[in-house]
Ligand binder design. Structure first.
Ligand code: GLN
Length: 485
């Protein structure tokens, strides 16, 4: 039998239904692969006992014909999702040994559909970063060209590396400014950030609440469609989740895109854009044209403000959301001679450098005297960015852009201490979508001359993930990208 860890979810479900292998076989194969790949540092916690128990449960469902949508499919969970009775840390020292008493809605949805939990995956502390180097547990290594020790992207770098290395069938991710799409692009896998409100944020440790959105990272477009269907849906426990029916995303795959209007924004082709990236973007445009789509040149004039305002709005929300880590209720506590001293000691020891930087920026932009100059102004520009998209979507149905300006870079290459801007520039093509609340996918389009994956991004109208999926399926078919085997 071929190595079953290389199968997609769709293929694994077929194999399970046809009794080619059992749910326990599949889970064991992944557990072995995890052990063989510990040098990647993708998992920060492995949960083999839980996995085997769930696999046994799945076998019962198959035997009785009551198998659910993801019965027996082994998943990795980003360690930002609270998992009941399973350590959840956000890869921060401040959440040392935190064991949640409840399950996030998204992971509950997945497990209620029969998914198996292999463990918790590495990320940048509190999802702040683009390389997974900001993790308390150390960086994850990109499985492409391992000897070069490249970053997997971030913040969902454990997720993207694990999917690429076939040490989970698929993984959960979260995306505040690009954290699903950029790591997916760096690791040659597929990820979608759904429309804000499509998936519940309940039980997902908060970074910037007006931007955060959970979504899947998977081996291909179809697997993303299968997973998103399961993850999404209205949740009374998240006031920003939307009460809208979740479409069958798989059903649109393979549909014609004849006459579909593809927007190509001029602002995403800045001077000096990596030539290979630009070349693949042009190839992608051509593939869609050949498939009968109409290419429309569009403008998103406020794009240049997206990154600067993201780095005002996101830290502002960080300074508020992270105030709760005070050493009193959970996680780390470092004692002091007074309550204030205990707060200071705990937060000084518990947070990493990037998180502290964001708390300080956020506190500054929200403080009296600066609120109007920074925070309020940023919010106004955020509206202009959203308006740009609303205007653009009068002329087109979906937008095609590069996901990242470059391929994966070596660990340690972009020092956050010397110049955080170099790292932040990774997000130029991804943050606008979060500011506007729109859905967007990254899928691999090809390899650079030195053999590293590059991704293209498809951006859709709010709650129109279906057009993204339909278009992505065409690109995927044409690109014939080969995953790591
Ligand atoms: N890289 C971006 C940041 O550092 C986005 C992170 C994310 O989407 N969670 O904020």
């Amino acid at each position: 039998m071929t190595d079953i860890t290389k199968l997609t979810i769709a293929e694994s479900l077929d194999g399970l239904k046809n009794k080619q292998f059992s749910a326990t076989d599949l889970t064991k194969a992944y557990l072995q692969a995890m052990e063989d790949n510990r040098s990647l540092n993708a998992y920060v916690l492995e949960t083999p006992e839980m996995a085997l128990k769930q696999a046994t449960e799945a076998e019962k469902h198959y035997a009785s014909g009551t198998n659910r949508a993801l019965e027996g499919i082994p998943l990795g969970i980003k360690d930002l999702f609270c998992t009941k009775d399973v350590r959840t840390t956000a890869c921060s020292h401040i959440l040392d040994n935190f064991i949640p008493q409840y399950e996030s809605t998204v992971t509950a949805n997945l497990f209620n559909d029969g998914a198996v939990c292999l463990g918790k995956l590495n990320l940048d502390e509190f999802a702040m970063g683009s390389s997974t180097e900001n993790s308390f547990f150390g960086p994850t290594i990109n499985p492409w060209q391992r000897e070069r020790k490249l970053v997997p992207g971030g913040s969902s770098g454990g997720s993207s590396a694990a999917v690429a290395a076939n040490i989970c069938a698929a993984a959960t991710g979260t995306d505040t400014g690009g954290s699903i799409r950029q790591p997916a692009a760096f690791c040659g896998v597929t990820g979608i950030k759904p429309t804000y409100g499509r998936c519940s944020r309940y039980g997902v440790i908060a970074f910037a609440s007006s931007l955060d959105q959970p979504g899947p990272i998977a081996k291909d477009v179809k697997d993303c469609a299968i997973l998103l269907k399961s993850m999404a849906g209205y949740d009374v426990k998240d006031a920003t989740s939307i009460n809208k029916e979740v479409p069958d995303f798989v059903a649109v795959l393979g549909q014609s895109i004849k006459g579909l209007r593809i927007g190509v924004p001029a602002e995403y082709r800045p001077q000096g854009l990596n030539e290979e990236m630009a070349g693949y973007w042009d190839k992608g445009i051509e593939m869609l044209r050949q498939a009968g789509a109409e290419i429309v040149n569009i403008s998103l004039p406020h794009t240049k403000y997206a990154l600067p305002i993201y780095y005002i709005i996101a830290p502002a929300e960080v300074s508020s959301n992270l105030a709760r880590y005070d050493g009193v209720r959970y996680g780390l506590r470092v004692d002091g001679n007074s309550l204030d001293e205990m707060y200071i000691n705990t937060r000084s020891a518990g947070f990493g450098k990037e998180v502290k930087r964001r708390i300080m920026i956020g506190t500054y932009v929200l403080s009296a005297g600066y609120y109007d100059a920074y925070y309020r102004k940023a919010q106004k520009i955020r509206r202009l960015i959203r308006n740009d998209f609303l205007e653009a979507f009068k002329q087109c149905d979906v937008i095609l852009t590069p996901t990242t300006p470059t391929v994966a870079f070596p660990i340690g290459d972009k020092s956050m201490l010397e110049n955080p801007i170099n790292m932040w520039l990774n997000d130029v093509f991804t943050v606008s979508v979060n500011l506007a609340g729109l859905p967007a996918m990254s899928l691999p389009i090809g390899l650079s001359a030195d053999g590293l994956p590059l991704g293209l991004q498809l951006i859709g109208r709010a709650f129109d993930e279906e057009t993204i999926f339909k278009t992505a399926a065409v690109l995927e078919k044409e690109a014939k990208f080969e995953r790591l085997k």
